[in-house]
Design a protein around this ligand. Structure first.
Ligand code: SF4
Ligand code: SF4
Length: 284
């Protein structure tokens, strides 16, 4: 039995390295619709793998030098929020080291299941963020009083949240944690506020309502469980939008052909997957 599992894992690794979808909730048995030798995608995949290795290296080094965890957490959170104001959750897909670990490696073990609709409800996101920041503040206060290393609470938070992220990544899909990650939530909220203050929105996916045949494939590859096709010209439910509370089911509204969901990672997976070329990036 163990031998069979090893063979299956090696097969998965081989196929992912060979260009199978880097994310697909239907598993790895589907064939990419577009050529796999797209250089941009390959570069991004490679960068994510390096970031994942760097993240694990930092975690291990922080066991001896906890200050590294403090620098890492503060640096990444600041970058996520700073980039968030201008580009939304671009950081989460392209630059986040833990995101690199999840996309680069955890996806190999992931069941690729959609999270329940309530999972990224704004209330849950607020509770997760408040718990993380509350525990961190308590830990820093205790370390300060006892004259201990201020890096230890950061290391503890990083290690615990990474364990949770990996667990969720295996049980659901590899980026499930990113739907409730406090840094991602802050990035999302800051971008919404910047937009309200008049800043241009981040690049967004546009849907051609005439070309969309409502097949739902785009939703199967979205790592934020967004259904881009629904934004053609139909009623949508923005599950997870931090300023769209609307009960456990989320608020519904009429969409106008733009996937203006604050959690979009701008990863292009849906654009690549659409069989009718109904999706495009407005920055392209
Ligand atoms: S994959 Fe394309 S055609 Fe299918 S639902 Fe999404 S946008 Fe529409
Ligand atoms: S680009 Fe498409 S697949 Fe990627 S997060 Fe945004 S909606 Fe989802």
């Amino acid at each position: 039995m163990a031998g069979e599992r090893t063979v299956r894992l090696v097969e998965r690794l081989r196929r992912v390295r060979g260009g199978d979808p880097w994310f697909d909730k239907r598993g790895l048995d589907t064939v990419r619709r577009r050529p796999v030798d797209d250089e941009t995608i390959e570069r991004r995949r490679r960068r994510q793998r390096y970031l994942g290795v760097a993240f694990v290296g930092l975690l291990v080094a922080a066991i001896w030098y906890p200050v590294l965890a403090g620098v890492g957490v503060v640096g990444c959170a600041t970058a996520a929020v700073g980039v968030g104001a201008v580009r939304g959750r671009f950081y989460c897909n392209h630059l986040c080291p833990r995101g690199g670990l999840l996309d680069g490696y955890v996806r190999l073990f992931s069941r690729g299941k959609r999270t329940p609709d309530w999972f990224n409800h704004p209330l849950i996101r607020v509770v997760v963020a408040a718990t993380a920041f509350g525990l961190l503040a308590t830990g820093i206060r205790a370390a300060w009083r006892q004259g201990g290393s201020l890096g230890v609470p950061f290391l503890t938070m990083l290690a615990v949240s990474t364990l949770v992220a990996v667990g969720l990544g295996v049980v659901y899909h590899q980026r499930a944690w990113c739907q409730v990650c406090p840094a991602g939530t802050l990035s999302h909220a800051v971008h919404r506020i910047a937009e309200a203050l008049g800043r241009d929105p981040a690049p967004r996916v546009e849907v051609d309502a005439d070309a969309c045949v409502d097949c739902g494939r785009c939703g199967t590859v979205c790592r934020q469980d967004i259904n881009p096709g629904q934004y053609a010209d139909r009623e949508v439910t923005d599950h997870g939008d931090v300023f769209s509370w609307g009960g456990t089911e989320g608020a519904t509204r009429e969409a106008d052909g733009v996937v203006d969901h604050g959690d979009c990672l701008q990863c292009s997976a849906c654009v690549e997957e659409c069989p009718t070329d109904a999706l495009s990036f407005d920055a392209e």
